[in-house]
Design a protein around this ligand. Structure first.
Ligand SMILES: C[S@@+](CC[C@H](N)C(=O)[O-])C[C@H]1O[C@@H](n2cnc3c(N)ncnc32)[C@H](O)[C@@H]1O
Length: 335
């Protein structure tokens, strides 16, 4: 997924930096990805560590994490994908509220794709209620739906607005593709909580933090993925059809430093890594000052090409560079 702040393309930098600090054998480690988003970082460590703990405030993210991190033994369900892909279209909530020619004509999806998403989403829920599928399959199908829907979304990249004309990738026929996950011998933990509350209930070896860097709230920018994932009843607001969304202290200039220090002080992990860039709400000095209070501090840096959506062509392209920091402490006191 083209996700704001995704660390997919920084996975090697993060992996190599972490190994420089903790060593190469991670096989007994508990690794926590506390602001996991798409799960890209936890996924890259899943087969190398004993256990991944993965968490995010947003429900669509929780769905992805339940599949990519929580699921760890092979699922055989090709025939379910065939059934879902062959369903007759339905004029449901996504078609009416968020599709071309729906009652609100909010063009986030083409008419036929909106109806297909409704048909598939409703069938997954029926199968779950009838206990035809268990939780692992439920989240596997839902994660596949969220990702496949995102591929045909008629947006410049996020869901803050839709494009007036249906672009070519959004015109493509929706196909539900399996969201493949890695199998592992041991199990993992997945949460959908505020990081500052969850931190009091967990412990481990490596804590990886990748909070939002700026004021852009994920709940607003990805509201439609939450709506597909939850498929609940509500009255969409205004031109963009926004739903009520939870706000994060990490997106607020006046709250972020206190929340960050609260998190670091409570963390029951030996090593703490924080990804942040040079354009974030907290300056590198502020972060260094806070983290240094709780352990021995060091920093890794990497130049990174900024990606932007070009609204005229609906493509993303690399512009100038930003600097991506990985701040580290080895914590003094863990209880
Ligand atoms: C920079 S993104 C993480 C990207 C992720 N590392 C990836 O590669 O996909 C920040 C994430 O933090 C989540 N978030 C924001 N505030 C949070 C909070 N208080 N507790 C837990 N998650 C939060 C957002 O929903 C978002 O997914």
């Amino acid at each position: 997924m083209n996700y704001i702040g995704s660390k997919y393309r920084l996975a090697d930098f993060i992996d190599q930096s972490i190994r420089k600090v903790v060593g190469n054998d991670l096989s007994n480690f508990v690794f926590c990805d506390l602001f996991a988003g798409t799960g890209a970082v936890g996924r890259s460590f899943k087969t190398m560590v004993h256990q991944v703990i993965s968490n995010d405030l947003e429900y669509y993210s929780y769905v992805l994490l339940q599949n990519y991190i929580g699921n760890h033994t092979r699922i055989e369900c090709k025939e379910l994908f065939d059934d879902l892909n062959n369903l007759a279209p339905i004029q449901g909530f996504i078609f009416n509220q968020y599709s071309e020619n729906g009652s609100e004509n909010r063009c986030y999806f083409s008419e036929s794709n909106g109806k297909k998403i409704d048909a598939i989403r409703q069938k997954i829920e029926v199968w779950n209620e009838e206990k035809k599928i268990d939780t692992t399959v439920y989240f596997h199908l839902l994660a596949s739906l969220v990702e496949s829907a995102d591929k045909v979304a008629n947006t410049a990249s996020v869901y803050g607005a839709y494009l007036k004309k249906i672009k070519s990738t959004a015109r493509k026929e929706f196909v539900l593709k399996p969201a493949e996950f890695e199998n592992t011998g041991s199990s993992h933990l997945v949460y959908n909580e505020n990081a500052n509350l969850l931190i009091e209930k967990i412990k481990g070896d490596i804590l990886y933090l990748d909070p939002p860097y700026n004021a852009r709230e994920y709940g607003a920018n990805y509201h439609l993925l939450n709506t597909i994932a939850r498929y609940d009843e509500f009255l969409p607001k205004g031109k963009t059809g926004l739903r009520e969304y939870g706000k994060s202290n990490y997106c607020k200039k006046n709250l972020v430093s206190n929340s960050f220090e609260d998190l670091i002080s409570k963390a029951n992990f030996k090593y703490i890594f924080l990804s942040y860039n040079n354009e974030g709400l907290m300056s590198p000095e502020t972060i260094k000052n806070i983290m240094s209070k709780y352990g021995s501090y060091r920093i890794f840096t990497q130049k990174y090409a900024r990606f932007k959506a070009d609204k005229s062509t609906n493509r993303t392209f690399a512009t100038n560079e930003t600097i991506e920091y990985l701040h580290v402490i080895q914590k003094n006191d863990i209880h």
